[in-house]
Design a protein around this ligand. Sequence first.
Ligand code: MTE
Ligand code: MO
Length: 398
Amino acid sequence: MNQAPISLHRRHVLAGTASALAAVGLASWSNRATAETKPLPAYASWKDPSRVIVHSGNTIETRRSAFGTGVVTPVDQLYVRNNLPPPDASILDDRDAWQISIEGVKNPRTLTLAELKGMGLETVAMVLQCSGNGRGFFPSKPSGTQWTVGAAGCVVWSGVPVRTVIEALGGMTDGMPFMTGTGGEKLPEGVDPSSVVERSVPVKAAEEALLAWELNGEPIPLAHGGPLRLIVPGYQGVNNVKYVKRLAFTAAESSARIMKTSYRMAPLGGKADPSQPSVWEMPVKSWVNSPSGEAGSAKAGRVQIHGVAFGGMHAVKRVEVSVDGGKTWREARFVGPDLGKYAWRHFVLSAELPAGEYTITSRATDTAGNVQPEHREENLRGYNNNSWADHAVRVVVA
Ligand SMILES: Nc1nc2c(c(=O)[nH]1)N[C@H]1C(S)=C(S)[C@@H](COP(=O)(O)O)O[C@H]1N2
Ligand SMILES: [Mo]
């Protein structure tokens, strides 16, 4: 698709939203439909421009109205987040020749993607979410992309289990508390080497991790980390290292900036440092996608309120929905297939909504008993927002 229809579509949506909100005196409330969208970058030109908000060449968000009710997020609407410009597309010319160095095992060596493909095959459905998803709801206005709900998707990865690779190379070196993955971006000339995308996670995550070459049943596109990506189910997006060229079991966390000071739960007004928690495991979370999406209106009568819920490390067990801003709650019902504990579930509540204004939100509970909180955990950079109050949508029913 060429670029022209984007701006047409955009203008239409903006005009419709603004006037609808103004008409009911809600112009100051926004379901954040007004985020500007830019042209798609070349490496992601195949994304569906009507279903995404392009914040920048390296940050693309799925529209709330685009999620639909299918469990698996289509790749052409999946969000994109790159901390560095992606590598040249030529790295996909011969995918099987891609090399990854495996270190911190008894017999360290470099493996090609062709060799990995022969070692094992597993698939996992999981929520891929940027830890900054929901940053746009922080009143403190943290710097960074103002994501609302669309820096997330539920996708299926196929690859070889990391534990299979470890076994094949004689087992892990003793006493390594971290699994560290290094991204294959070429750092631009003159850029500090600590800008490398290198992330460490607790070594227990290796149990469920994959070295993946397929996304939703197709070779991983460059935008999403092809030819090879480290997948750490249940962990925030940043830990899922794209174009992974090194996987190491290490004594210490990476000293890359993206590990040391970025993605830390630093206090508001404070400074990030490596003693603060890193964004690792995802907390339980849900949000309503419809009615509203971005439109903020619905027709009076019976309404099917639906959205997504996930538990991060644990399966999601229940979801409650409120149409009065959290004063009262009703149990929602899961719909659609259950793709396992790392996937999200769609939920629905069938409700009779007479004309009026509603603040609709959802609250998920996981199988470990964790309940989605009312309030976000305040932090400097706006990570880990799972507040049900922040994710509420104002809907005018007429
Ligand atoms: N090599 C590499 N891996 C990376 C990143 C990156 O910039 N480079 N970004 C991380 C971040 S912050 C997120 S949220 C996810 C985004 O994955 P996606 O673009 O496939 O949606 O990739 C993670 N892995
Ligand atoms: Mo991210």
